[in-house]
Design a protein around this ligand. Sequence first.
Ligand code: DC
Length: 216
Amino acid sequence: MANPIVIAIDGTSASGKSTNAKRIAKALGFFYVDTGAMYRTLAWYCQRSQVDVSDPKAVFAACRKWRASLECVDTHIRLLVDGYFPEREIRTAEVSRAVPQVAAVPKVRDWMKKKQRECVRFGNLVMEGRDIGSNVFPETDYKFYLDASLDERSARRAADGIEENLAARDAHDSQRAAAPLMIPLGAVVVNNSGLTPERTSQMILDEIHKRLPAKE
Ligand code: DC
């Protein structure tokens, strides 16, 4: 494929990135990439290997040592460790607490960016994260930034049975020096407080269709 299209979906925690990115990928027939899962996988690997996540050097050493590969499973592109995707393990409270520290290490971010850019070898992508439009694919014309009120985002997490201090995690992600969470230049900002996923993804799809090159 000459020039794969990359739809970048960034935003705060529990702003609906995963739900909408999956819906949009399905509607367009694109591959879906959850970059948060990649950082979570490294945090899980560090915990399992007894690597101190507050030690940036040790975290990056782990990142160089692990045997990680990109695989496509049912249109989802995933980072596997020793051939395994720790789907459930990366959603624990321990991993959620550790992951911002792992994600703040500049060399880890460089490593992840390289892997994330490699995903275009599979084809057109919908990629969700915190720095996709600002740092990983700054050249894309398809940038979206999702947000919702803190109350609504906390309620969504609670409905999933997850207790989490979202304000603290967002502050950590926005204030770190390396590729902080921000609204990428040229991004369409979608505040989906009070909106259904159907409505939100339709708004995003409408914007995408305006920009897609016309089919011959
Ligand atoms: O989206 P998530 O909650 O699964 O993300 C987990 C953590 O990884 C979150 O603290 C932010 C970080 N992250 C990041 O720094 N950059 C990305 N592109 C994706 C996630």
